[in-house]
Design a protein around this ligand. Sequence first.
Ligand code: GRF
Length: 201
Amino acid sequence: MRIAVFASGRGSNFNAIAKAIKSQKIKASLALLICDNPDAAVILKAKRFGVKTFLIKRADYKDKPDFENKIIQVLQEEKISLIVLAGFMRILSNDFVLRFKNKIINIHPSLLPAFKGSHAILDAFNYGAKVTGVTVHFVDELMDHGPIILQQALKIEENDTLESLEAKIHKIEHRLYPEAIRLCVQARLKIKGRKVHPALH
Ligand code: GRF
């Protein structure tokens, strides 16, 4: 199965996924990085792993459909079966999501449906939550929403700082995301009782 990761930033999840694929814990090919930010550290990580990068700047396209159509064209050329969102800071349109139904997965640093949005760790910390965690889910038309693949909870300790909490969350992410991708690749996932295999859709 050929996988594309979409990322805009640091790329620590990209790194964890690339390592799991390189060591054959996941038997798939990391064929493509789609990145919308020329300054993102993830680009260097892709280079290090020899993963082809397609850098696409939103400002170079007249509107969102144009921008997404270009991405679709590249995904088709690269024969991608599974799209892995790993810190991609753009909301994909309904059309895009429906076109790749059950083929897009996302990781979110909270126990969904709690703390949606782009500051989930900070929000859980500031709220005074005693438990938070990480969720990997299929992507549907709503933000940070869709059938859950894996979740792991994490206790927020009295002496945790925002920084210590972030570090613990990321450590969980780097184990949980490769595991979820492995289950996906092995076609071991079901949505409402129906087996899901991205390559067959
Ligand atoms: C992660 O915390 C992930 O849960 C969220 O975006 C962040 C990406 O981090 N969706 P990185 O770029 O993989 O280091």
